[in-house]
Design a binder for this molecule. Structure first.
Ligand code: FRU
Length: 696
């Protein structure tokens, strides 16, 4: 089974019909954008209306940063993909331009890159001026085929012509996409990195003219291979502390379609050398991983010796737990002990429910494991309070059970039941579950040891800008700020999805190998209003002073430098949206020095009921040297980006608070009393509204 069911990997013809139907209803519902809608990002890039995913064609040309993006021009869900277009001179204010490269003749324009062909190697140039050339994936809707196409522009990207010799690269594969092309000066040719998603490989090709491509080499599988590989990028990057080592290393970026640390979509990188033909990862890189954590507590069911008072109906659950896989089932793992709940009894066709005895909610979290089919309507683990379902979870189309956790604080002291239901009869029509525990903290799954650029759930398809002038010298990128597991369900209108803040990249040598550093671009500082600052205070004093800060629009840039953080300290920055209101949204960024983790908790921050995949809390490893911690937070109306230790550890997260106004506080446990706030500053940020241009 494909780990990541997206329309383009299977049954294209059938799905095209479904997409078309969805599109027409979306169009009817569309209203003109005001850019002041609830949750509309004010300093992050968004499409005016309709759907957006990956950034495409990132290139600087003639004073402009170009940002093309995957866009469905007909609706606010994925489907009918074309390249939409915007430009900016300062990375803050964007000018929206007409659609650049449209789906046409049964070929969608999937992700890719753009270059300025300074030497006119392609021959597309006019009047001695270099053409812009876009290299993208043609996704065929009528047959299972993806191949690489080019288009060119002679008017600074305003209008585009598809090359009449397309496709320029075709290996007859259904999944072969997202070409990123750059000029490799030492070998005087173009190099393309393109992904072979199901094989977890990046392929490299070379071309003299962007039209004829020859295969160079392949990289992978490596690092995180749980999910499909998409949107690669390859570029040289400066090392900040070369210490006699190399000043520049090559970075290969691979976006991973699922299996990411926070679930769903993630971005990993490899650091090494590229000689014009092969990319090799440096030996000795030891990516930090985090073990799973399952706090102990009151066990409501672990299914070791019978159902223990849980009541079964129907024929899917039988009269006792399973000891693993049932007849004709693939291997089942990830359960605890000898037994689990497994509704594959009699195959996918059987249905039924299994319900726990009534219990009192006497802890803050209900932790459990769940696997099987991903069908939220028909396959569910539900928490019933007063007979009403207040929490629900489903499987991930995998037999392996995954750790799940519900924040149940709001049901404290109420009586409840857990119901496991299988009402599905088709493929993947069964559910696995095990070990329900009421505990004082959330269980979390382990973080796979790979070099993750970001440990939050909402950073994907990140690729860098080509051709940033040498005088600038930066390597810049941004990512799509969402996650495929819920992107289509995030309740914003009339647009869906935003890009992350633009970030400047570099490398740092550490004892674990090279680490990627990401810092928000300095241009963001021009949106800063009057700062609030403190220096040289104790945690308590700083916390007291921080209460003065009020951010009515909810747009903030926070910088904080701590020293003397003890090895056992726990320190949180708490964001409160709508303080004094009935239900303030509470978002917590917690540093846990003892376990070397940075955690982000959005479980009580606002709307989250639109998708069971919109998970509450995420963790990242953080390296703390000499008790020093630097934190930067960028807060927009519906997102928080966390950059710790100069962007060595990042978490990007959507949050959807009910009220925009924001106040901040610091919390620390006793062990953190030695910590000093060396300095802390908070700036309100100004909105950066876009402009529109319809003329070429
Ligand atoms: C990544 C991706 C790409 C593909 C595009 C389609 O998010 O799946 O691999 O080109 O989206 O919109």
């Amino acid at each position: 089974m494909h780990p990541f069911p997206r329309p383009f990997s299977s049954k294209p013809a059938l799905l095209a019909v479904a997409v078309a139907a969805a599109v027409s209803s979306d169009v009817a519902a569309a209203e003109p954008p005001t850019f002041r809608e609830p949750w509309r990002p004010q300093f992050h890039f968004t499409p005016p209306s309709t759907w957006m995913n990956d950034p495409n064609g990132m290139v600087w040309h003639d004073g402009e940063f170009h940002l093309f993006y995957q866009n469905n021009p007909f609706g606010d869900k994925w489907g009918h993909m074309s390249w939409a277009h915007a430009v900016s001179r300062d990375l803050n204010h964007w000018e929206h331009l007409p659609l650049a490269i449209a789906e046409e003749g049964g070929v969608m324009a999937f992700s890719g890159s753009a270059v300025v062909d300074h030497g006119n190697t392609s021959g597309f140039g006019k009047d001695g001026r270099p053409p812009m050339v876009a290299i993208y994936t043609g996704h065929h809707t009528g047959k299972p085929l993806q191949n690489q196409w080019i288009a060119y522009s002679n008017d600074r990207g305003r209008t585009w012509t598809k090359y009449d010799g397309n496709p320029v690269l075709d290996i007859g594969e259904a999944d072969f996409r997202d070409p990123k092309v750059f000029w490799h000066a030492p070998t005087r040719r173009w190099v393309m990195a393109v992904s072979w998603p199901l094989r977890r490989q990046v392929r490299f090709y070379a071309s003299p003219d962007l039209k004829r491509w020859s295969h160079l080499s392949d990289f992978g599988p490596a690092g995180s291979v749980e999910g499909i590989w998409e949107c690669p990028d390859l570029f040289p990057l400066e090392v900040e502390n070369p210490d006699g080592g190399r000043r520049t290393k090559w970075v290969l970026v691979v976006n991973v379609g699922s299996g990411a640390p926070a679930g769903g979509s993630g971005t990993q990188y490899f650091v090494g050398e590229f000689d014009g033909t092969f990319f090799g990862e440096d030996p000795g890189s030891v990516p930090a991983s985090l073990p799973a954590s399952e706090p102990s507590g009151r066990v409501l069911g672990d299914f070791e010796d019978g159902y223990g008072g849980w009541v079964a109906t129907g024929d899917a659950f039988g009269d006792r737990p399973a000891g693993g896989a049932l007849p004709n089932q693939q291997a089942v793992d990830g359960f605890s002990g000898r037994g689990l709940v497994n509704s594959y009894l009699g195959g996918d066709r059987s249905t039924g429910t299994l319900t726990s005895p009534e219990f009192r909610v006497d802890a803050d979290f209900l932790n459990f494991r769940v696997g099987g089919g991903r069908q939220p309507e028909t396959l569910s683990v539900r928490l019933l309070v007063d007979g009403k379902a207040v929490r629900t979870a489903t499987g991930g189309d995998a037999e392996r059970l995954a750790i799940a956790s519900w924040d149940v604080r709001e049901f404290r002291d109420r009586s409840a039941r857990i119901e496991i239901a299988d009402r599905a009869t088709g493929s993947w029509g069964h559910i696995n579950a095990d070990r329900f525990v009421l505990a004082s903290s959330a269980a979390s799954k382990g973080v796979v040891g790979a070099n993750w650029a970001d440990f939050g759930p909402d950073f994907y398809a990140a690729v860098t800008w080509s051709d940033v002038p040498k005088s600038d010298g930066r390597r810049l990128w941004l990512g799509w700020m969402s996650n495929w597991t819920y992107a289509n369900d995030v309740p914003t209108s009339p647009w869906r999805s935003a890009m992350t803040a633009a970030r400047s990249l570099s490398l740092r040598r550490t004892d674990r190998g090279y680490a990627l550093l990401q810092r928000p671009v300095r241009e963001i500082e021009s949106l800063r209003g009057t700062p609030w600052r403190v220096e040289g205070l104790s945690m308590n004093a700083a916390s007291e002073r921080l209460r003065e800060v009020r951010l009515p629009e909810g747009l903030a840039d926070l910088e904080m430098e701590l020293e003397g953080v003890p090895a056992s300290g726990r320190i949180s920055v708490v964001l409160r949206h709508g303080a004094g209101k009935d239900r303030p949204g509470i978002t917590r960024v917690e540093l846990d020095a003892a376990s070397g983790q940075l955690r982000f908790d959005r479980g009580a921050s606002g709307r989250k009921d639109f998708s069971a995949a919109f998970t509450d809390s995420h963790r990242a490893p953080i390296r703390i040297e000499g008790g020093r911690v630097r934190l930067r937070l960028l807060v927009d109306t519906s997102s928080v980006e966390v950059f710790a230790q100069d962007g060595e550890t990042c978490l990007t997260e959507l949050v959807l608070p009910a009220h925009p106004d924001l106040t901040l506080s610091l919390e620390s446990d006793g062990a953190a009393s030695a910590t000093r706030v060396r300095r802390m500053a908070v700036w309100p940020l100004r909105a950066a509204p876009p402009t529109f241009s319809s003329k070429p």
